[in-house]
Design a protein around this ligand. Structure first.
Ligand code: SF4
Length: 410
């Protein structure tokens, strides 16, 4: 098959995987070759680090053949799509060519499962090994790992990759049984546990000043992807699964990928994708769990188990807990300030540092660059008290802002 066609097929097949952000990795190349070049072209995806850094990755599959038959996947064995396969040498050459031209800063490599989990994983690892050992490649490498592959291969993958990911695929074990019967939820968790153990071991060795040769293992940690809307799992259950993954396996990120209908889909799947804004609300809720001290079970309204699509989850929580507001900006503890709708963690830190020297006044709010319309009903400070305007129904009507085009990384 013509190389260009292979590239088209395998880059297109990779677009369904959302789990590729390169945040949190040590940069291997701090001296040269790190400018971002052309951002056009197939197979190049953009990922955003939490610090806002935009990076480009060549995002491809080694092959879109797969012996498994996960119903939601366009690459499943029963799918009627054009198939292609790269050799290890082809992926290596492509990566180096793109990197040298500054098209990319790294590689995200995944694969359908061919012959066996171990055989496929060996091929994926070999790409990274050849890049690192034979070509001294300093760019970023994110490898998708196959949960059924041997522990030795997972260990080898972590030596060459900056980040590893294992897709949990569906939020519940039942969902996996129904839609991906060949996948084993216990094997996925077992492999995540093994990665966590090795990542922790490597961090400890790097943090120990007496270690002569620190262990290197996926310094960017591990991540996963969950498909949203392929089954009936509600947002509450999805967030509970995420909390469990963050807590038990110390994942760096859980990515939420709205299910997209595929050709010749099984009748077990919905005909339409979920609204994209649902994915956006899940990312916001995920952020609240990781950085704002919210627990999974308080973010979603237990009545329906779903996040409100018309307002962000922090505002929805505040409206359900009017008794906790208004908070006094000059007295409230950090944990409570973080719960004020519209106040981000940076604004909270600035409030706290100002409070150390003097009391905050109303005119300080303008300098915080925060959305006043959203914040004012929830706070008091000298010269401002929301008084009777703190009524949940009227506030909800005023503050509902259905996003037209969600900014998933904002
Ligand atoms: S194992 Fe992966 S590539 Fe294969 S059908 Fe399932 S989701 Fe698709």
């Amino acid at each position: 098959m013509d190389f260009q066609i292979k590239l088209q097929v395998l880059a297109d097949a990779a677009k369904y995987d959302a789990s590729c952000s390169s945040s949190g990795s040590d940069k291997r190349d701090s001296k040269d070759g790190r400018g971002v070049g052309s951002t056009e072209g197939m197979g190049i995806c953009h990922s955003y680090a939490p610090d806002g850094r935009c990076i480009s990755l060549l995002k491809i599959l080694l092959t879109n053949y797969c012996m498994y038959d996960c119903l939601y996947c366009v690459n499943r064995v029963s799918s009627n799509v054009q198939r292609a396969r790269f050799s290890v040498e082809e992926v290596v050459k492509l990566t180096l060519d793109f990197y040298k031209r500054n098209y990319i800063e790294g590689l995200f490599l995944s694969s359908g499962i061919i012959r066996s989990a171990d055989y496929t994983m060996e091929q994926v690892v070999r790409v990274a090994k050849v890049l690192r050992e034979e070509h001294d490649f300093r760019g970023y490498i994110h490898l998708k790992t196959i949960p059924d592959a041997s522990e030795e291969l997972l260990a080898e993958a972590g030596r060459y990759a900056d980040r590893l990911s294992i897709n949990i695929e569906l939020p519940t074990e039942q969902g996996l049984t129904d839609l991906a019967p060949e996948k084993d939820a216990r094997a996925i968790r077992r492999s995540m546990g093994r990665l966590r153990w090795r990542i922790d071991e490597s961090r400890e060795s790097r943090a120990n000043p007496t270690t002569r040769k620190p262990l290197r293992f996926a310094p960017g940690g591990q991540s996963t992807q969950m498909i949203v809307g392929a089954d009936a799992t509600n947002d509450q259950a999805i967030l509970a699964t995420s909390a469990n993954l963050y807590g038990n396996y110390r994942l760096r990120r859980v990515y939420y990928s709205a299910f997209s209908p595929i050709p010749d889909a099984s009748k077990a799947l919905p005909l339409k994708p979920p609204p994209l804004v649902r994915e956006h609300r899940l990312y916001q809720a995920d952020w609240l769990m990781r950085f704002y001290g919210f627990s999974a079970d308080e973010i979603v309204d237990p009545k329906g188990g779903m996040l409100d699509l018309d307002m962000d989850p922090k505002l929805a929580w505040a409206l359900r807990h009017r008794e906790r507001f208004p908070v006094d900006l000059n007295k409230a503890p950090r944990e409570m300030l973080l719960r004020v709708p519209g106040l981000g963690s940076k604004a909270v830190d600035r409030i706290l540092s100002t409070r150390r020297v003097r009391a905050l006044r109303s005119d300080d709010l303008a300098r915080l660059h925060v959305p006043l319309k959203k914040i004012l009903p929830f706070i008091t400070l000298p010269g401002h008290s929301p008084g009777a305007t703190l009524d949940a129904a009227s506030l909800a009507a005023q503050l509902r802002t259905p996003p037209v085009q969600p900014d998933l990384f904002g």
